[in-house]
Design a protein around this ligand. Structure first.
Ligand SMILES: Nc1ncnc2c1ncn2[C@@H]1O[C@H](COP(=O)(O)OP(=O)(O)OP(=O)(O)O)[C@@H](O)[C@H]1O
Length: 959
């Protein structure tokens, strides 16, 4: 059986062509296709050109891969929905079939977890082995990958343990001390919960008896009370300020925003500048959209019209397509856009490789199981253990291409399974690595620590039956532990950019020279300004001949951004429109009128106490607001966890754990949690503050309605949020809903909030004191340590930092600026002036050249557009008097020409003649000629003024 080569690529079709639906292959056939698969790898052009040791799964002995025997499940149940939740009732028959297979072939049943662990341990101890078969010796040689994805009970269990915090928690800085304190369990030693609970009880007692049941203040508190006697009327508590009436003021400045959560000191922000601009332009249109909402019928201010207790939910009318198009048309210059599109498409066609033929056809849409990818047995078994039976569309498309070592640029909806789409092929390829010298071959970059923890957890699970090792290098975890781990040269490293650079610079012997596959998850985020310097440094440290894969739900295909990554003819796989949300998501909007902004806490409490009571993620624009609401929720008796950059790493992990384990019903967070986090079962996302960019909105909403589940996204929309609202309505394929919380209810909750204000203030003050005490204790401990280990500290090699303090501040500032613009914080609210950065600051020569080239390209496109416009203009019949009319607009380049003196003047005169004679500016050089021709009247005026300036000194000119 010889593979049929693909006409274009020479790649044998058999390698990527799935078997017919439901058909299982005999072991012989499987082994045959495995042989073909090896051939495929050898023939892949890009792969061989890069001379990787991982391009395709092949052993050093060139033995055919020992692929699993696929046993046909004869009575194949109805077509499988990959995401369907299998209940015992609907799958009883299937379950019995599987159980027979399980007992027959020794696949782990639910009580076999320990065995699995011991299997893994065994494998770890025999890691030095040089052959993939050695690992599979630990496995049942008769393992069968069944179509339904294995033991259903264990899949359900696995679904809940997608996240595993144990490793991360154990690696948290100083975790061992905490474990000692807490009897072996790693737990943070300070929690605000106790303070809130105490205050809540006091409030209750006060309400009941009219007496404030104050607990006796501790000695430390007494001391602090004395020192704080001279407190100012306005208390500054870091993020939250309080006026003398006890009202909290959330600083709109950067102090409250979650600016330092990513590993660079940048912010969790979103670059969608183009969209932002168009939002601004469209601002007026939204009036009509809002007016169309049944606000005339239901007004939260009018009690008579709506005096019931239930929220009213109505459908917000959507403009029809024609109206939408006409709106869009009026916003943009048709001709210019068309030309831009053509130019862009041309550049993209040159930059991206065409999708190889087999993937073009929809044949993979029907891929029944993971076996069709010819994956090795250990990988298939791990997939089955995790409960996955059918690849999602993005997995179907990207796995075969990734296995063939192509560079990929992938965009697919949130929750569509992108993590497995890159992990499966990487693990498969790692199985065939040369093992003589351990090398770090894979690098996965993620923007946030939590995403790193999650990805590490999935990678570890998928590698369960292999000897592949992973290391997690993210901020907040012990650098020492990571350093030791990196010395063992794990096969793959999952890292946040900042921590990775710290290791590149300071961990002895650590380098990225051996990297063969680079994956950037949430790539559009990492390509943003906040990470620019880090990314440059990382890319420089990895070999050019590597495979690179970029993934995101809002992936950019802007070539300007992608060139930074030195990709090799990447394939663009955009499975869904990158800005569209799943149709299983219901979008609701709650209008917040300008004078009702201060009612938002009450509205949120009303919503969470009455309507959305469980598995709710709430996004705030600042850490301070999230924390304050956490106190309010606590005082109301609602169990809420918080997740933002003001918490320690351990607290962050604990929050996630408590939310994941349903100990807390609400997760109050900043955009730190907006990307990538996969917590099964989230039912609702609430945008307490609407983000300013639509792509952030997409990522936030994407925390629910994942993996074929449905969900609701509720957003509070203020006057200033109209742009995103309009975009959301435009992009939504379904109707969006308008929710009105009755004013009676809001008023009731407002008085509750008023009642709690004093208690909340006390909680925050108490917390602040606790923190101060701890800070002093830490300081004392630090001094003691310095004294005790002075000699050792002196002898340590000096750490070098990627950025000087000034640089760090500058890039932080950049990020903050971006965050402010994303969150719509006006410059008037900004306290510090932004630090200016030179255009080419921190860029290598190569990068500088690229940037210049890109700018040149931009200029060229702009000039072409102008030329086209003028050509269009000149083709129109001209009114006689227009010839002598002065021209209002002028481009920079013509102004420059004019400054060049007599020669250029003469030239422009000639051009002017050309124009008036010929009329139409021809394409070749027509651009400047047409410009010169039209603007004769204007030139003279401008020229005089230029001369006037020239005769002045530089400083005078400025004035
Ligand atoms: N083949 C599959 N069958 C069933 N469930 C799957 C499959 N692949 C992934 N999943 C599940 O889908 C969920 C979402 O996966 P994942 O986190 O990879 O999504 P994503 O596309 O990366 O989302 P985001 O864009 O938000 O990062 C996970 O809970 C995962 O367990």
């Amino acid at each position: 059986m010889s593979p049929t080569p693909n006409k274009k690529t020479g790649v044998p079709k058999a390698a990527t062509t799935p078997t017919a639906k439901g058909k299982a292959k005999t072991p012989e056939a499987q082994s045959e296709t495995s042989k073909q698969y090896i051939l495929v790898g050898e023939q892949v052009k890009g792969a061989s050109a890069r001379a990787l040791s991982l391009p395709t799964p092949t052993t050093s002995t060139s033995k055919p891969i020992d692929t699993p025997k696929v046993k046909a499940v004869t009575a194949k149940p109805k077509t499988f929905d990959p995401f369907a939740i299998h209940t015992i009732e609907d799958s009883e028959d299937e379950a019995s079939t599987y159980k027979t297979i399980i007992s027959q072939f020794g696949i782990d049943s639910d009580n076999n977890d320990e065995d699995k662990d011991s299997d893994t341990k065994k494998k770890k101890s025999s890691k030095k082995s040089n052959n993939v078969q050695t690992t599979s010796a630990d496995l049942n040689p008769d393992f069968t990958f069944e179509f339904s994805g294995g033991d259903l009970e264990s899949s359900a269990a696995n679904a809940n343990s997608y996240w595993d915090f144990k490793a991360a928690k154990a690696a948290v800085r100083g975790a061992s001390n905490l474990a000692d304190k807490n009897g072996g369990v790693v737990k943070s030693d300070f929690s605000i919960e106790d303070i809130i609970e105490r205050k809540r009880k006091e409030m209750k007692a006060f309400k009941k008896n009219g007496v404030k049941n104050l607990s006796a203040p501790s000695q430390k508190e007494k001391q602090l009370d004395e020192t704080n006697e001279s407190e100012e009327e306005m208390e500054d508590m870091g993020d939250v300020q309080m006026d003398k009436n006890g009202n909290f003021i959330f600083a709109k400045s950067e102090s409250g925003s979650d600016n330092d959560e990513n590993e660079t000191g940048g912010v969790e922000n979103d670059t969608d500048e183009e969209n932002d601009e168009s939002f601004d332009n469209e601002d007026n249109d939204i009036e009509s959209v809002l007016a169309n909402w049944s606000l005339d019928v239901v007004d939260e201010n009018s009690e008579d019209e709506f005096s019931g207790e239930e929220d009213q939910v109505t459908v917000a009318p959507k403009k029809n397509q024609a109206e939408q198009n006409s709106d869009d048309d009026s916003d943009s210059d048709d001709e210019t856009t068309k030309i831009q599109d053509i130019v862009n498409e041309k550049r993209k066609a040159e930059f991206f490789a065409p999708i190889p033929e087999p993937e073009k056809a929809d044949e993979f849409e029907d891929t029944e199981t993971f076996t069709n990818f010819r994956l090795s047995r250990p990988v298939l078994k791990a997939i089955a253990d995790m409960g996955y039976n059918k690849p999602t569309p993005i997995q179907t498309r990207s796995i075969p291409l990734a296995l063939q070592a192509h560079d990929l640029c992938v965009s697919a909806q949130t929750g569509s399974g992108k993590t497995l789409a890159f992990l499966i092929p990487m693990i498969e390829r790692l199985l065939y690595r040369p093992k003589a010298t351990p090398t770090i071959r894979i690098l996965i970059l993620v923007p946030t620590r939590e995403l790193g923890v999650q990805c590490h957890s999935v990678a570890t699970k998928l590698s369960k039956y292999t000897d592949i090792t992973w290391s997690l290098c993210v901020g907040g975890l012990s650098t020492k532990t990571q350093e030791l781990e990196l010395r063992t040269r794990p096969d793959g490293v999952i890292a946040t950019p900042g921590r990775l650079i710290d290791h590149i610079r300071n961990s002895q012997g650590f380098s990225l020279d051996g990297i063969e596959i680079l994956v950037i998850d949430e790539a559009d985020r990492i390509l943003e300004d906040g990470f620019a310097d880090e990314l440059d440094e990382i890319i420089k440290s990895t070999p050019r001949a590597r495979q690179s894969m970029l993934f995101s739900a809002t992936m950019t295909d802007k070539i300007e951004d992608l060139t930074k990554l030195s990709l090799t003819r990447p394939i663009r796989l955009f499975v869904n429109k990158s800005t569209s949300l799943t149709s299983r998501l219901t979008q609701e909007f709650v209008r917040v009128r300008a004078h009702k902004e201060e009612s938002k806490p009450a509205m949120l409490l009303a919503l969470c106490s009455r309507t959305y009571q469980e598995e709710v993620v709430i996004f705030f624009r600042s850490k301070a607001a999230a924390h304050y609401m956490k106190v309010m929720f606590g005082l109301c008796g609602l169990k809420a966890a918080e997740l933002h950059g003001n918490l320690t790493q351990l607290q962050r992990l604990e929050s996630l754990e408590s939310f994941r384990d349903r100990e807390s019903s609400f997760l109050l967070c900043t955009d730190l949690a907006s990307r990538g986090l996969d917590i099964p079962g989230i039912k609702t996302v609430i945008n307490y503050d609407m983000p300013k960019s639509y792509s952030t909105y997409v990522h936030r909403c994407g925390r629910t309605a994942r993996a074929n589940q449905s969900g609701v996204a509720v957003s509070f929309v203020s006057e200033s949020d109209r742009a995103v609202l309009k975009m959301a309505m435009k992009m939504s394929t379904d109707e969006v809903q308008h929710r009105v919380i009755p004013s009676k209810v809001v008023t009731r909750f407002e008085s509750k909030v008023d009642e709690m204000k004093e208690a909340a203030k006390e909680v925050l003050i108490e917390e602040q004191r606790e923190k101060e005490i701890r800070a002093v204790e830490m300081q004392i401990k630090k001094v003691e340590n310095i004294q005790e280990f002075a000699e050792e500290i002196k002898n340590r090699p000096r750490k070098t930092w990627f950025q000087s303090a000034q640089d760090k501040e500058a890039s932080k500032q950049l990020g903050k600026d971006k965050h402010r613009s994303d969150m719509g914080i006006s410059s008037a609210e900004v306290i510090r002036a932004p630090i200016k950065r030179g255009k080419f600051d921190g860029l290598s020569r190569h990068k500088k050249r690229l940037k210049i080239a890109r700018e040149d390209d931009k200029k060229e496109i702009a000039q072409m557009n102008i030329a086209a416009k003028l050509a269009k203009k000149s083709s129109k019949p001209t009114r006689l008097h227009t010839v002598s009319e002065p021209v209002k607009t002028e481009t920079k380049s013509t102004a420059m020409q004019k400054r060049k003196g007599a020669f250029s003047e003469e030239k422009s005169g000639v051009r002017g003649k050309k124009k008036s004679n010929g009329g139409a500016a021809n394409a070749s050089g027509g651009q400047s000629s047409s410009l010169g021709g039209v603007k004769t009247g204007g030139i003279k005026k401008k020229k005089i003024s230029n001369h006037k300036f020239k005769s002045l000194g530089k400083h005078k000119r400025k004035r």
